[in-house]
Design a protein around this ligand. Structure first.
Ligand code: GLN
Length: 446
């Protein structure tokens, strides 16, 4: 009730929640009470949570931030939603997001921009901007997000939170509306590394309903939180500290690095020579996959349908033309072009080859160091409207996060101070399955 009241009182100013599920929340809270009484409670039993509106929730509107799905009531739950339900978490509602998770500022949402509670002139980041703003304003103690190129980590950084993108295949994608399937991963957004570990414990695990889900023994992601950082080898990718990084952000990171050294870490510069190719490769691969994934929205089976279609072609064209926003259309056009006959080898295939080079860069770096440290985003939160007409500048917001998705490795963002009164984040990148080590470092640092 406390959090429901806060959402009702403050979200008018932030626009972070699309759907409030009050009745369900109170029912789930009651169930949690009885579990507590029976002694069958888990770590998350009774803890309120907000879910990004990209997760299908049975019987509840699931919009993905789009007019296309404004009338869509999901007929089933995403695996992640089922898992939180069995853990006894209490779902408060669904959060605002960039349309189909395409964006870095939450300004592409059909439901309007979300405001950053640290400064309401500023964007909260995106695409999981609703989850980030809600958490920062303490409208919920924990939330979920998804990350295709930075959408958990960048909004976490801009709102002073912890956000973790797990190793690809760790969290089931079943029931998560697909953007770019080979990059999409869901993960926790929280205030502390410990909470992130508890959430990941609930979210992770093999799922036969997701063909890219990994079969691995379950682990407790909080088990290393207390470990010492003595002997930890941190690499600073030189390409992530060059031109384009705001000088004040760089300075703050120096302070953070000094703290980690005091805790026993050693630091050296490493090379990721193909870094400059990650944004171009991503903006071929992600749109290509999105053009394919979004072809299902045709006005026939579910979602938006135009009025008075004269024939099938007209139905397709107008339903998609009226249902999708400008950024989504831009990506579908780029992707369709890149996949078309005669261009496939020049663009998509090339991008896939570059993806391998980027992945090899990380492999090489992890021979020398245990983790990499970088800024999460080149600047603190920018103002609402500032980059909205300049897609390329907007795409550069994710310059430090995108390569991680291309390689499939885990990374998290943790709060690292303020620049011009706006929060900034520090990113820790690890080798495959190093989530508990990343959380350990984050916990010791926090
Ligand atoms: N900002 C990036 C994009 O627009 C990443 C989004 C995401 O991670 N979902 O594609």
């Amino acid at each position: 009730r406390h959090f429901l009241e806060r959402i009702k009182r403050y979200d008018g100013q932030l626009n972070s929640v699309i759907t409030l599920t009050e009745e369900l929340a109170l029912q789930q809270a009651q169930l949690a009470d009885s579990r507590l009484q029976q002694g069958t409670a888990d770590a998350l039993t009774g803890i309120p949570i907000l879910h990004k509106d990209i997760f299908c929730t049975k019987g509840i509107k699931t919009t993905c931030g789009s007019k296309m799905l404004d009338n869509f009531i999901a007929p089933y739950n995403a695996t992640v939603i089922d898992k939180f339900e069995s853990a006894g978490a209490v779902m408060l509602g669904k959060t605002n997001m960039d349309e189909f998770a395409m964006g870095s500022s939450n300004e592409t949402s059909y439901y309007g921009a979300v405001k950053n509670p640290w400064d309401i002139q500023a964007v909260p980041g995106g695409s999981s901007g609703g989850s980030a703003a809600a958490l920062a304003a303490r409208l919920a103690p924990m939330a979920t997000g998804t990350d295709t190129g930075g959408s958990i980590r960048q909004p976490a950084a801009l709102c002073n939170l912890v956000g973790l993108k797990p190793t690809y295949g760790t969290v089931s994608r079943y029931g998560i509306i697909a953007y770019a399937s080979s990059l999409d991963q869901a993960g926790p957004m929280t205030h502390t590394a410990e909470d992130a570990g508890l959430l990941l414990n609930a979210m992770a695990g093999f799922d036969g309903k997701d063909s890219t889900s990994l079969e691995r023994p379950p682990e407790d992601y909080t088990r290393h939180l207390q470990d010492s950082l003595k002997g930890l080898r941190i690499g600073l990718p030189q390409q992530y500290f060059g031109d384009g990084l705001n000088a004040d952000v760089a300075q703050q990171l120096e302070t953070a690095i000094a703290v980690l050294k005091q805790l026993g870490a050693t630091v050296k510069t490493v090379d990721l020579p193909n870094s400059h190719l990650s944004v171009p490769a991503y903006y071929i691969i992600a749109p290509a996959e999105c053009s394919s994934n979004l072809s299902r929205f045709d006005g026939v089976r579910f979602g938006y349908r135009c009025e008075n279609a004269v024939d099938l072609m007209d139905l397709y064209k107008r339903s998609r033309g009226e249902g999708f926003g400008a950024e989504v259309k831009r990506r579908i056009m780029i992707g369709t072009y890149a996949l078309s006959a005669g261009y496939y080898d020049a663009y998509y295939l090339k991008a896939q080859q570059i993806r391998r080079l980027i992945s090899n860069d990380f492999k090489q770096a992890f021979q020398e160091v245990d983790v990499l440290l970088s800024p999460t985003s080149p600047t603190p939160a920018f103002n609402i409207g500032e980059k909205v007409d300049d897609p390329v500048t907007m795409y550069l917001s994710d310059i430090y996060t995108i390569a991680i998705n291309l390689a499939g490795i885990p990374a998290l963002s943790i709060p690292a101070g303020f620049v011009q009164n706006r929060p900034i984040g520090l990113q820790l990148i690890g080798n495959y399955f190093s989530e508990s080590r990343l959380l350990n470092i984050a916990h010791q640092y926090q």
